[in-house]
Design a protein around this ligand. Structure first.
Ligand code: DC
Length: 227
């Protein structure tokens, strides 16, 4: 059996983390965990409750009534909010903004931490997020910080949202992305930053296939496990 390992893939929105992580995990035959989906589920709960995004006390009060679980099936990851599959609903720009706000609340991060660590305990994983290499899995065998220029990231996210049928403009998507990055980088708890021992992978000029190959090369270099 191949060696068990964890690969942490962090970086700003739109750098291609989820696509690269998902594809690399499938090539390696290991689990892919999208931690952003869990923050989005909490964000969606706050949105549905009619709370303002910055109502930290209100968000904290919601937590005891929430369960956020990930289900990994043949068709990928599903996120369940109190048992309801919200995998589609969490993808709206509004849910993303709420996710970013909620993710700055320490109680929300504490609420999701154990579930995330438990997923990496028994099996090999590629986990993507903002603080996987710095906080959740500081001993991960592989740490990659995936980034791309703001233009490339906005363009990719714009195409993704259009493809999913959302009515958006490139300028609007870029503004959203920059606002969210600024929030994620400047928050007091677990801010988005490159771990000291992470390999920087800039995908601005790479295709998806090239980015996946590069991530797989880094994983092989660190673990000896080949796709
Ligand atoms: O990766 P994403 O866009 O689905 O993440 C949604 C929000 O959740 C993002 O703005 C920051 C937050 N997040 C976080 O704080 N920590 C993580 N490990 C993953 C996401």
């Amino acid at each position: 059996m191949a060696k068990k390992f964890a690969a942490a893939l962090d970086g700003p929105s739109g750098a291609g983390k989820s696509t690269v992580a998902k594809t690399a995990a499938s090539r390696l035959g290991i689990l892919y965990v999208d931690t952003g989906a869990m923050y989005r589920a909490v964000g969606l709960a706050a949105l549905r409750s009619g709370l303002a995004g910055d109502d930290r006390a209100g968000i904290e009060r919601l937590l005891p009534g929430l369960t956020v679980m990930l289900h990994h099936g043949a068709d990928g990851q599903h996120v369940l909010l109190n048992g309801e599959d919200v995998s589609g609903d969490i993808r709206s720009s509004q849910a993303a903004q709420y996710a970013s706000k909620c993710s700055a609340v320490p109680a929300v991060r504490a609420f999701l931490l154990d579930t995330q660590r438990a997923l990496a305990a028994g099996q090999s994983v590629i986990m993507d997020g903002r603080d996987i290499g710095t906080v959740i899995l500081p001993d991960a065998e592989v740490k990659i910080f995936l980034t791309a220029s703001p233009e490339a990231r906005a363009e990719r996210r714009y195409r993704e949202l259009l493809a999913s049928g959302q009515n958006v403009t490139l300028a609007g998507v870029r503004a959203d992305l920059e606002r969210r990055d600024e929030q994620d980088r400047s928050r007091a708890i677990a801010p988005l930053r490159q771990a000291e021992d992470a390999v920087l992978l800039d995908t601005s000029r790479l295709t998806l296939e090239e980015s996946v190959e590069e991530a797989l090369r880094i994983i092989f270099e660190k673990t000896g496990v080949r796709a």
